[in-house]
Design a protein around this ligand. Sequence first.
Ligand SMILES: [Zn+2]
Ligand SMILES: [Zn+2]
Length: 256
Amino acid sequence: MSDAGLDLFPTMMVLLAFGDAWLLDGQRPPLQMLHRTCGHACSPLVVCSACKGPIDARDVQYRNGPGAGSHTHTVERKRSRRGSDPMALERGRPCSVARTLRIIGDRWSFLVIREMFFGVRRFDEFQSNLGIATNILTDRLQHLAEHGVLERRAYRVRPERFEYRFTPKGMDLFASMIVMMHWGDKWLSGGKPPLLIRHKPCQHDFHAEVVCSHCRQPLLAHEVNYFTRYAVDGVMAAYAVPRPAADLDHAPDQPA
Ligand SMILES: [Zn+2]
Ligand SMILES: [Zn+2]
């Protein structure tokens, strides 16, 4: 895998955590993570790169970065491209990442959520900011409401007007958004991030960092093991994801 590919690991971790938190319908999470660096079961935590404190969507300010303004609105094709079979994402193994992507995986749903984190609430604002066709916007708002990410609220009675607000579940997507944003800034912006974010509590520009909930060290792909909690071919697997071979030679917890 390329460096950019490996660096998607934190994104996968936060999507997994979101799916575990919201999309299990009362079942146990399919995977349990073990952080080999500290030896503890853990979950990913998103913190500010500057102060290492937790990040709340309401504590973040946005401003244009050096790469701002270079994008153009693309016009959606005639037919929706949401994909024919959303369940296909989860074929093979139960997966909280796949479940999360069923909600935010298509481009327009993702952009609607992003706009909402920038404070957009109303239909015509979404439309003018995104250059999105009304029927597609209606469809995506409905899709996100069906999945409990946002809700439609009347803000005026006569004439009746609605706006869209995050549910707590929707607010919880913020961590995933800013982790993905950091990946894009690092690998796709040519050193010119389009957007800069500032953490109000510490007053520093920051990016999202994904750390171990136990020891607060960054979670790296080769330092995390997984226990599966579902049967593979009828057998419960201890480690679905093997350790990289090169790592076995000097792993500290290897028996002599
Ligand atoms: Zn901070
Ligand atoms: Zn740890």
